[in-house]
Write a protein that binds this ligand. Structure first.
Ligand code: PLZ
Length: 453
């Protein structure tokens, strides 16, 4: 419950409608923004500077009383909604019980239960182990630590357009300079970048992308790194920040097979694509790819900070006792939230909900593309879909057009995010519980934004 009687409580009971009572951002948000400017570092930016007081289902309510449709889910986090019933009750029970012991000091059941769920839900029926951390970047760092320790090798192979985080190692693994890396070097070594199978931009065309990209990637590794030196290949099965790039069929299975042949650990970074987002528990499953290690975060815990590394028992257990850890990793409150979120996903079949969202969303996006030459490509899976904006008739990215579309949506009460190496991709990440009316209304606003371009 909200303490201020004028502000609605969050949760799924929040009225599921868009309602604008001031301009966006409104006067109270602008006032808070002034305070923010005087107190918070400039390095943190905002997609939409409205200050939120309540959120649930598919809406977020701001301090001015505006109710916005959420097509961002806090960057693919609140898949079960913002303050889902089971997340709220489990968190409340856990906070009242105890907030922290540090799993490395004295363990508790919630941590073990989350690891059991991760081992059960991730692809493959081999023997698995998991370890929990605080953020996606920390999970990726630990996957690399484990792969290096288990193989005794140093090199890590990553892809063009990749995003893996903002820590020193994960900045090195992330492709895009501005804003993530500019001025923050020197970066960690032994990270090698290879081309991504990006069908829309593949020089030989989408039909040849999978085979040609595999050829380029494997020959680059051979010539420039040496297979025997590679500890891990790390890839997002659908790239997130880099532009919602969906590799063509055959690329991921081919890459996994190549890794197997050369004793390279195949790491799927499912931090953005995991936990029902793409219509399966994990995006790898669309092509029956079984990664050796998988990193998860975001959608796992309904908004609380939690991340995991899950993988083959023999790899995970290669690390000596005490070699992995951290003060807060697998915090009991975050674990309780994860157990509530996972139960919600299963009970409400949110993978099915993501597929239902795709069935509505992709045809609408294709209709927009057919009517608007600035849309060069429509792609995505489940509730992870995007349009890429270009100068009509070319592949020249048009980030300004993407910014104008996003800004129109924002002013009209819809939270929507952009992404992409060139900043020209508009991505749609609604909560999986958004419901048809808000989904349709959001897509109407988007279509209107394109008409006005
Ligand atoms: N791997 C695939 O998508 C986080 C970052 C937003 P953290 N993506 C959103 C920003 O600008 O910081 C992400 C991801 C993939 C790793 C990460 C990193 O996860 O929880 O943000 O550390």
């Amino acid at each position: 419950m909200s303490a201020d009687p004028g502000i609605p409580a969050g949760g799924p009971s929040l009225p599921q409608r868009r309602n604008l009572v001031t301009e966006i951002p409104g006067p109270r948000s602008r006032e808070l923004f002034e305070r923010r400017q005087r107190s918070v570092a400039r390095g943190l930016s905002h997609t939409l500077p409205v200050f939120i007081t309540a959120a649930g289902g598919g809406v977020a309510v701001d301090v001015d009383g505006n109710s916005l449709i959420d097509f961002g889910s806090g960057i693919a986090v609140t898949s079960v909604g913002n303050s889902a019933d089971l997340v709220v009750s489990r968190v409340a029970e856990q906070v009242a019980q105890f907030t922290h012991t540090c799993f490395m000091v004295a363990p508790y059941e919630g941590y073990v239960a989350v690891c059991e769920q991760l081992n059960r839900l991730t692809p493959g029926d081999h023997d698995k182990r998991s370890a929990l951390f605080n953020s996606g970047a920390e999970a990726v760092e630990n996957a690399v630590k484990i792969a290096r320790h288990a193989t005794g090798r140093d090199a890590i192979v990553v892809f063009d357009h990749a995003y893996h985080g903002r820590t020193n190692l994960t900045m090195a693994m992330t492709a895009k300079n501005m804003p993530y890396k500019e001025g923050f070097g020197p970066f960690a070594g032994e990270v090698y970048r290879v081309p991504m199978a990006y069908p829309y931009r593949w020089p030989g065309g989408p039909a040849r992308c999978a085979a040609e990209a595999l050829g380029v990637v494997t020959s680059l590794i051979h010539a420039q790194v040496g297979e025997e030196n590679v500890a891990a290949v790390v890839i997002e099965p659908i790239q997130g920040e880099g532009g919602f790039v969906v590799p063509p069929d055959g690329f991921l299975p081919g890459l996994a097979e190549y890794c197997r042949t050369h004793g390279i650990v195949f790491v799927a970074d499912e931090i953005q694509s995991g936990f029902c987002r793409t219509g399966n528990w994990f995006a790898c499953e669309h092509e029956n790819v079984v990664p050796d290690l998988i990193t998860t975060a975001k959608g796992i815990a309904g908004g609380l900070p939690l991340a995991g590394v899950t993988g083959r028992a023999e790899l995970m257990d290669a690390v000596h006792p005490g070699g992995l850890g951290g003060t807060y990793g697998g915090n009991p409150v975050a674990c309780a939230a994860a157990l509530g979120a996972i139960e919600t996903m299963e009970k409400e079949d949110l993978a099915g909900a993501a597929r239902a969202i795709e069935i509505v969303m992709l045809p609408r996006l294709r209709a927009i593309a057919a009517a608007t030459p600035v849309v060069g490509d429509v792609r995505g899976r489940g509730a992870m879909c995007a349009v890429e904006l270009v100068q009509p008739g070319s592949l020249e990215p048009d980030p300004a057009a993407a910014a104008r579309v996003a800004s129109h949506c924002h002013r009209n009460g819809m939270i929507v995010l952009t992404c992409g190496t060139y900043g020209n991709v508009l991505r749609l990440l609604p909560p999986l519980v958004i419901g048809q009316p808000l989904l349709t209304e959001g897509l109407d606003i988007l279509a209107d934004a394109f008409t006005r371009l």
